[in-house]
Design a protein around this ligand. Structure first.
Ligand code: HPA
Length: 276
């Protein structure tokens, strides 16, 4: 058997040894959203990443490492409290292992959340954006290597990574909640350095509205498996060159924390809509 697939199966077995919970929606929590998992309507069980042999451990401050299983608005969910990023030094197949794992555990839909820098000049810090599409820039495809036939096809279609029907549902849910939601294109860089102003001008020309370091590769792996995906970004800062001040991780974290209560309400509403 393929090494990547063997490791994935072993991780799935380790989780299954601890819980038989069957999630319908999988959720990845971005910066500032960690507390969402603690506040689920009902927590049924939790599995620390450290207790899953071979599972990549997140090294980023502010990211807690565990899966939380439970119910939100009556929808059975698995929540990733803390993700791993390519810039931490993991092989790309390890970066997306948690996503594939949640798919193997039975999740049919995936909600990806993140903090981003705004490239689109009309966006402001604290805005939310629904992902319409993405650009994977300078990050290898997580599908490179022998194809995992058990998961999906060798050359998967990516013409609708972020499901139109889920986007409609999430947009309607945001409207009901009274939260403004933009819709645009996310570009993923490897990081960990923030971009230069010249890079941001180039990304604007490529058609990107926001930039981040996490989500597109996860979406590619999930789409390969046939998961239906929705993505919501929280703008934590204006991208390099669009504001007068230098970027810091602390600023991103503080802005993400400040937006967290509104973001959590939006995520909860999105889960209810996705579980319909
Ligand atoms: N660039 C890349 N990733 C980010 C940013 C940014 O400006 N803000 C939050 N994540």
């Amino acid at each position: 058997m393929n090494e990547v697939y063997e490791k994935l199966r072993a991780c799935a077995d380790a989780v299954r040894a601890r819980t038989d919970f069957a999630p319908r929606v999988a959720i990845v929590l971005g910066s500032g959203l960690g507390a969402f998992a603690d506040g689920l309507d009902e927590i049924v069980s939790a599995v620390d990443y450290a207790d899953i042999p071979g599972f990549p451990q997140s090294t980023v401050q502010g990211h807690r490492g565990r899966f939380v299983f439970g119910y939100e608005r009556g929808v059975p969910v698995v929540v990733m409290q803390g993700r791993v990023h390519y810039y931490e030094g993991y092989a790309i197949e390890d970066v997306v292992l948690p996503i594939r794992l949640m798919g193997l555990l039975g999740a049919k839909t995936l909600l990806l959340t993140n903090a981003v820098g705004a490239i689109n000049a009309s966006y402001r810090s604290g805005d939310f954006m629904l992902l319409r599409d993405h650009i994977l820039y300078g990050v290898p495809s997580p599908l490179i290597g022998a194809n995992l036939d058990a998961l999906g096809t060798r050359f998967p279609d990516m013409s609708e990574v972020y499901s139109k029907s889920l986007r409609d549902k999430v947009r309607a849910a945001a409207e009901r909640l009274g939260v403004a939601l933009r819709e645009g294109v996310y570009i993923q860089t490897s990081g960990p350095q923030f971009e230069t102003p010249a890079e941001i001008r180039a990304f604007a020309a490529l058609g990107a509205d926001v930039v981040g370091m996490s989500t597109a590769c996860e979406a590619v792996a999930a789409r390969h498996m046939g998961l239906e995906i929705a993505g919501i970004s929280c703008v934590s800062n204006l991208a390099a060159g669009l504001s007068q001040t230098a970027l810091t991780h602390e600023e991103v974290q503080a802005a993400a924390d400040a937006a967290a209560p509104r973001f959590m309400a939006l995520v909860s509403a999105a889960i209810a809509a996705m579980g319909e």
